[in-house]
Design a protein around this ligand. Structure first.
Ligand SMILES: Cc1cc2nc3c(=O)[nH]c(=O)nc-3n(C[C@H](O)[C@H](O)[C@H](O)COP(=O)(O)O)c2cc1C
Length: 196
């Protein structure tokens, strides 16, 4: 995208309409859209951290909130996105200018909660780059969700900070501390990346 925008700029062409092969046709303010596209394509890390999760009984949700507190305390800007309230497209929009993706799922039938499988499959296809991240989640007995999320984050080339946080059933104080510490770690890494 960056190469193409550079080439187009060198040609000195002006455009009245952008008609992509799918999606809406842009007829006004075309320059602003090209500028926005150029800046999204750069994928520069920012201090915004998306905390993406779903939860059946609230344990993974409470972990997400503790991670968000750690992120905020470390100087990052958390954006909590529960997949009960947010469509996968909202998540993709939020990721555009984020520097981190923390993703949480309960274990369901030895795997991921379906909304997480959906959103992560969609995100992977959009090939976001320059993200740091980690996984978390609650489980009952076998606890595969965090391992699956770690593999997906690796597949997406996310710089993963550790093996994540998992807890059996309801999180206790030590889990909240681990979640808080994870948020602080990610915030620290974002500060390094944004400053360099
Ligand atoms: C239908 C169903 C299937 C589940 N399957 C598994 C499983 O295969 N392995 C496991 O470790 N826990 C399993 N669990 C337990 C949940 O992962 C556990 O209750 C967890 O604490 C839920 O987290 P939440 O409060 O964030 O929803 C299952 C729970 C339900 C309701």
């Amino acid at each position: 995208v960056r190469k193409l925008i550079e080439r187009v700029q060198k040609l000195g062409l002006t455009f009245e309409t952008i008609a992509p092969d799918h999606g809406p046709i842009w007829r006004k303010d075309v320059g602003r859209m090209v500028g926005a596209y150029a800046s999204w394509a750069e994928q520069k890390p920012t201090k915004k951290a998306v905390v993406l999760y779903d939860s059946m009984w609230g344990s993974t949700e409470r972990m997400a909130r503790a991670i968000a507190e750690g992120l905020a305390e470390g100087g990052a800007t958390p954006r909590l996105l529960c997949l009960k309230a947010h469509h996968r497209s909202d998540v993709a929009t939020e990721i555009l200018d984020a520097g981190a993706l923390l993703v949480g799922s309960p274990t369901l039938n030895n795997g991921l909660f379906p909304t997480l499988a959906d959103a992560m499959t969609y995100l992977k296809g959009l090939k976001p780059r320059n993200l740091v991240g980690a996984a978390f989640g609650s489980y009952g007995w076998s606890g595969e969700s965090v391992r699956h999320l770690n593999a997906m984050l690796d597949d997406m080339c996310v710089e993963r900070l550790g093996d994540g946080v998992k807890v059996q059933y309801v999180p206790d104080e030590s889990t909240f501390s681990a979640c808080h510490a994870l948020g602080m770690d990610v915030a620290g890494r974002l500060a390094e990346l944004v400053e360099t």
